[in-house]
Design a binder for this molecule. Structure first.
Ligand SMILES: Nc1ncnc2c1ncn2[C@@H]1O[C@H](COP(=O)(O)OP(=O)(O)O)[C@@H](O)[C@H]1O
Ligand SMILES: [Mg+2]
Length: 291
């Protein structure tokens, strides 16, 4: 029965996404252990990408701790689960942050995939088309390598593992990379809370060396960027402000801009070669593979 439903869903999604022309790039931000800066990076990166003129969505799938509502200083009443249950419309849950940045309050993948009611899903897909104008959707996943997180990591165009340079975090990041490598060959890394570029490179090269030797030569591990350790970051989080907005001339803002530019380069490079799959319906189409 599940297989039959999955097929119907796939058909539905296929018919919906054929109507559009825009391709949304899905970027999943993940980590081995919590507290390394996923939500801080996701929110500031989304903001900087939107400031560059892109239409950006940020999907909060890291449920539990201080999440994106805190980062953006907004109140969330309902999330995607309410939509899937038929208790809210997609447009009711979206939270505009700036003119071209929207927050999509999420839920863990486990919860989302419990809802396979066809009628509700159909309505959801129709409504989700308001999101199809997005150029980029950043997914802030939870930490660890649980099954529902893997689902996002498999469906995304880019997967970025965030780590800090302490030994425990590096060990966890390595374990995460090893698991993600069973799903895909290309994995990005952001080194957070480093002293400088030199430290970021040294730690990254250490991880890369071990990964290539033990996971395999096929693995393409790329340093997407680094962010220095800075009190401007922790102070901003406490004040529920984005450091990129509060300190636009800081080094840490420049770090985020450099990461954003890396991502924009990938976007431009891939825009001609990949098929169209848009917005939230594009993401769900990919998640379908997991039913
Ligand atoms: N570059 C940084 N410099 C200083 N503190 C940081 C930096 N990045 C993150 N932090 C601190 O780490 C805390 C946890 O970050 P958070 O983004 O919530 O982690 P995660 O989402 O991975 O659990 C933040 O509240 C912030 O105080
Ligand atoms: Mg978080």
């Amino acid at each position: 029965m599940i297989g039959n439903q999955a097929q119907k869903l796939e058909e539905l999604v296929a018919s919906n996404s054929s109507k559009k022309s825009k391709k949304t790039r899905f970027i999943a931000i993940t980590s081995g252990k919590g507290g390394v800066g996923k939500s801080t990076i996701s929110s500031n990166l989304a903001y900087v990408l939107s400031q560059s003129g892109l239409n950006v969505g940020i999907f909060d799938a890291d449920i539990g701790l201080a999440n994106l509502d805190v980062m953006f200083n907004v109140k969330i009443k309902k999330n995607i689960l309410h939509v899937l249950k038929g208790e809210a419309k997609v447009s009711d849950i979206l939270i505009p942050i700036t003119r071209n940045l929207i927050l999509i309050p999420g839920e863990s993948g486990d919860e989302i995939l419990k809802y396979s009611d066809m009628a509700l899903f159909e309505r959801f897909m129709e409504e989700a088309q308001v999101l199809d104008k997005l150029d980029v959707m950043i997914i802030d996943t939870g930490a660890g390598i649980g099954e529902h997180i893997q689902m996002f990591l498999d469906a995304a165009d880019d997967v970025i593992v965030v780590t800090v340079p302490d030994p425990a975090a590096i060990t966890d990041a390595y374990a995460t990379i090893k698991t993600i490598a069973t799903l895909r060959d290309d994995i990005g890394v952001i080194m957070n809370q480093v002293k400088n570029e030199k430290e970021a490179l040294a730690v990254f090269n250490k991880i890369k060396k071990v990964a290539l030797a033990n996971i395999g030569e096929n693995l393409s591990l790329e340093l997407i960027g680094k962010i220095d350790h800075s009190v401007k970051v922790s102070t901003s989080v406490k004040q529920r402000a984005l450091f990129s907005a509060a300190y636009p001339s800081s080094l840490v803002h420049r770090d985020i801009v450099s990461i954003a530019n890396n991502i924009i380069k990938k976007l431009e490079r891939d825009v001609l070669v990949t098929p169209n799959e848009s917005g939230l319906s594009g993401l769900f189409k990919r998640l379908m593979g997991h039913f």
